[in-house]
Design a binder for this molecule. Structure first.
Ligand SMILES: O=C(O)CCC(=O)C(=O)O
Length: 261
């Protein structure tokens, strides 16, 4: 006999989740009482062509911008995101936990306003800034937060077909070397490229770069190599060791999910 499904319990659980999401987004709005104080949210020429932006010629579609967010705003954003209830976080084995900061489950398609209404106002402002500052081609509609322990990493992967090929990663705390690998085959030898992600920077990967796999090693210190595309701009030579922050790393991933038709 097929196992019976307790439909009432499922509906109750969905309602609880719904009210938790709403009350949490209201609670979130106590952050940023004065709005963003040291971040430029509109294009003032600090987009792709600014001095803070480091072109990465070795991989089509890969770009990196330093100091995308101001220091005070970065602190406030971290406080706000980490104040989310523990039930919002999912732990992964390699010293990483992930939070869905708005919208529906990461694997589900985008449902329009139904998903957008759950975002706190400050995240909506950053989502708009992504496109106003020409970081993304179009406005993201989904945001994930990763919190890593100091040594934590993420296995090389590609982000798959649910998202448009245009992803931006804002690092809030800690540095880490992200490596890009061919889309298929064994991960051996040297990566195609790597980028050292600094606090307050944004890394964007689109098109060709999106289709590569990317990952971060589990380690106490990252080692800059010939492939590290922003090493020179950061004043680092191949072989330089960059210790991980003992407090770990926090990153915010802005994506655009495909829409339910
Ligand atoms: O934390 C990062 O910078 C990478 C995150 C990532 O690759 C992911 O969430 O899929």
């Amino acid at each position: 006999m097929a196992p019976s499904i307790d439909v009432r319990a499922l509906v109750r659980a969905a309602k609880t989740r719904e009210s938790e999401v709403t009350s949490t987004s209201e609670r979130h709005d106590r952050f940023f009482p004065d709005g963003f104080v040291d971040t430029t949210l509109d294009d003032d020429g600090c987009g792709v062509a600014s001095e803070k932006s480091i072109p990465i010629a070795t991989v089509d579609g890969l770009s990196y911008e330093r100091e995308w967010l101001g220091e005070r705003d970065a602190d406030e954003l971290e406080r706000a995101l980490l104040a989310s209830p523990s039930s919002w976080w999912t732990s992964w084995s390699n010293a990483r936990r992930v939070m869905n900061a708005g919208g529906n489950a990461p694997s589900q398609l985008f449902r329009g306003e139904e998903d957008l209404k759950h975002f706190p106002a400050y995240l909506r402002a950053l989502m708009r800034a992504m496109v106003n500052r020409k970081t993304s081609d179009a406005e993201p509609n989904h945001v994930l937060v990763n919190e890593y322990e100091s040594r934590g990493g993420i296995t090389p992967h590609s982000d798959g077909a649910v998202y448009a090929e245009d992803v931006s990663i804002l690092t809030l705390r800690g540095t880490a070397l992200i490596e890009f690998w061919p889309s298929e085959g064994e991960i051996t030898g040297r990566p195609i490229a790597s980028v050292l992600l600094e606090p307050r920077s944004v890394l964007t990967y689109k098109g060709t770069a999106y289709r590569l796999r990317h990952g971060i090693r589990e380690t106490d210190a990252d080692v800059v190599t010939e492939e590290t595309a922003n090493a020179r701009a950061l004043g680092l030579n191949p072989g330089a060791r960059v210790e991980r922050n003992p407090r770990g790393r926090v990153s915010v991933v802005f994506v655009r999910k495909r829409t339910v038709v």
